[in-house]
Write a protein that binds this ligand. Structure first.
Ligand SMILES: Nc1ncnc2c1ncn2[C@@H]1O[C@H](COP(=O)(O)OP(=O)(O)OP(=O)(O)O)[C@@H](O)[C@H]1O
Ligand SMILES: [Mg+2]
Length: 384
């Protein structure tokens, strides 16, 4: 095999770069743009690593390119642990997006003076972050409203993305959901997009009649990218670099990764890094083996953390490539799983640890590469 000309790797595995490296999602991007345009609020839910953040950043990129007036501000709530953190990340986002605004820093500091604003600096990048200190509900309420007021005053038609929104349920403060709902209601000039990967927590917040956010948003579930578009995307990027990969081979990568975005990206990134001019099924096997070997220390740790019965069940689910009837006699017998009732208890435990995930078709191992490792180990053992 000959080496081809080296390019930067087009299979992005961290963050969003530009439309060129972003596959499809045209329908979803259009829907989100329409929702924003019509001043509605949205809750976006998907499995972890399916591409929520990428989709939101992509939509923001396209909207900003079209019109500077429709900027989508992205705020990640994952690192926040309290309402003080929440206001701090929003204040920091305001500082960054309004940097070209005259006296933006002074305006923010004046508006939030009662919250004792301070700064911290990223040790690597030196970027400043605003640090706010909220001591009661009233301060939070006023602080949040002040920030939204400043957001709207910088430019009209703002959309704010609160990613990993379920995080607010983990804050120690009470009543956050209720306060936020009222603030959102009082600020119809701002579109809110609430995004999260904890389906249960997100659905409980937005679909339960007794919760403040009940029926206040449009729900969108983000599934995998369809095979045809992803196959063409993969083929296009290899071809652009002088590599040959057939449609069937590209589809076998997708099948091995269950079309789950992060896993496909990671796989293709590794494959691309090899710089091969011709990619075939044997190359695919080799890359899968390399991936599983590199993750093996982690998966051995998972194994230690699970009980023998939990491990047997998750392995059985992996070998079956998902199971729709985990309590059936056939399944229980085939994998020596004791009884249907013990499977029920273990299934709940694995789901609670987010090791497996359920949908209308049954249960799957959440981490795709872990599933393949389990499957591989089972086959090796059986043959052995
Ligand atoms: N449409 C796409 N085309 C190509 N790569 C994508 C696409 N969407 C997402 N990615 C890539 O897939 C990976 C996972 O996507 P992303 O981080 O957006 O998922 P997520 O659902 O926000 O995950 P998490 O729940 O962990 O926050 C990232 O590396 C991202 O760059
Ligand atoms: Mg994300």
């Amino acid at each position: 095999m000959t080496a081809r000309k080296k390019l930067n790797n087009p299979f992005v595995t961290v963050g969003y770069v530009s439309p060129e490296y972003f596959c499809d999602r045209e329908k979803e991007t259009g829907q989100i743009a329409e929702i924003i345009h019509s001043n509605r609020n949205l809750a976006l839910i998907s499995l972890r690593r399916m591409g929520k953040t990428g989709l939101l950043k992509h939509t923001g990129y396209l909207l900003n390119r079209k019109s500077n007036n429709n900027e989508l501000i992205y705020i990640d709530l994952m690192p926040t642990q309290s309402v003080s953190d929440l206001l701090s990340v929003i204040g920091t986002a305001l500082l960054q997006t309004g940097h070209s605004e005259k006296n933006i820093l002074e305006k923010i500091l004046a508006a939030l003076a009662s919250l004792r604003p301070g700064f911290s600096y990223d040790t690597l990048t030196g970027q400043p972050s605003l640090v706010l200190n909220v001591i009661n509900e009233n301060e939070f309420n006023l602080g949040f409203r002040q920030l939204l007021f400043l957001f709207s005053s910088i430019r009209k038609e703002r959309s704010i993305v609160l990613d990993e929104f379920q995080q607010i349920l983990r804050y120690p403060e009470k009543n956050v959901e209720h306060l936020l709902r009222t603030i959102v209601q009082d600020n119809p000039q701002i579109n809110f997009i609430f995004s999260g990967s904890d389906k249960h927590m997100m659905e409980t917040m937005f679909n339960s009649p007794d919760r403040p956010f009940f029926q206040s948003v449009e729900m969108m579930y983000l599934g995998p990218i369809v095979t045809e578009s992803y196959r063409d995307f993969i083929m296009h990027h290899f071809k652009a670099a002088g590599g040959i990969i057939s449609g069937n081979t590209a589809e076998s990568i997708l099948a091995w990764c269950r079309n789950h975005t992060f896993y496909v990206q990671h796989f293709c990134n590794r494959l691309y890094a090899k710089g091969l001019s011709e990619i075939n099924e044997e190359t695919i096997r080799q890359v899968s083996f390399e991936i599983l070997s590199s993750y093996e220390p982690l998966y051995l740790t998972y194994r230690k953390l699970l009980t023998a019965h939990q491990f047997a069940l998750i392995q059985a689910i992996a070998v079956e490539n998902g199971v729709s009837k985990p309590f059936s006699g056939d399944f229980v017998r085939k994998y020596s799983l004791n009884s249907a009732s013990s499977v029920k208890t273990t299934l709940d435990a694995l789901a609670g640890k987010e090791m497996i995930v359920g949908n209308k078709d049954g249960w799957q191992v959440y981490d795709v590469f872990f599933a393949r490792w389990l499957e591989h180990g089972w086959k090796r053992f059986k043959r052995g």
